[in-house]
Ligand binder design. Structure first.
Ligand SMILES: [Fe+2]
Ligand SMILES: [Fe+2]
Length: 168
């Protein structure tokens, strides 16, 4: 059964949001690099790649259901984020807004009785729990150690240790 046009277009909007997320994290990576926080930059670059994977996963899903996404213009992200703590607070805030959008899509799929889309979106619901959890943990650490000094460099090294997950 082909995907409905309503569902297709709503997922198309989400593809745009995922590409915006990618762009936002890339902008954060640039700032981390400028502030000599290479670990933070590594973390942000991995997020950037992950968001592109989210966008393409949704795009491919729609195609498999006989639909087609139209790519939209991606908004310009901010280019200044303040201290590392402020930056990660913006990460969390952004991910919370993405979670809300995913939940709206999920509700739409449920009301359309589009079980295949519900199943696909389930992956994203779980992913958003991880996204919010990760950002919250980093914020908690930054609140404990403060925004500068040797402890920040230890955290930066930890963020630098994050690796791309093995391809599924
Ligand atoms: Fe995402
Ligand atoms: Fe993730």
């Amino acid at each position: 059964m082909n995907i409905s046009k309503t569902m297709q277009d709503a997922i198309g909007e989400q593809v745009k949001h995922e590409f915006y997320s990618a762009y936002l994290y890339l902008s954060m990576a640039i700032q981390c690099e400028a502030n000599t926080l290479p670990g933070c930059a590594n973390w942000m670059r991995l997020q950037w790649q992950e968001e592109i994977a989210h966008a393409t996963r949704l795009m491919d899903y729609v195609a498999r259901r006989g639909g087609r996404i139209t790519l939209e213009a991606v908004d310009k992200p901010p280019s200044a984020f303040g201290t590392p703590l402020k930056m990660f607070e913006q990460v969390l805030e952004h991910e919370q807004s993405v979670t809300a959008k995913i939940h709206e899509l999920y509700d739409m799929a449920t009301s359309e009785k589009d079980h295949a889309t519900t199943a696909e979106l389930q992956w994203f619901v779980t992913e958003q729990v991880e996204e919010e959890e990760q950002a919250t943990q980093i914020i908690d650490t930054l609140k404990q150690i403060g925004d500068h000094g040797p402890e920040l460099l230890v955290l930066d090294r930890q963020l630098g240790a994050r690796q791309a997950p093995a391809a599924a």
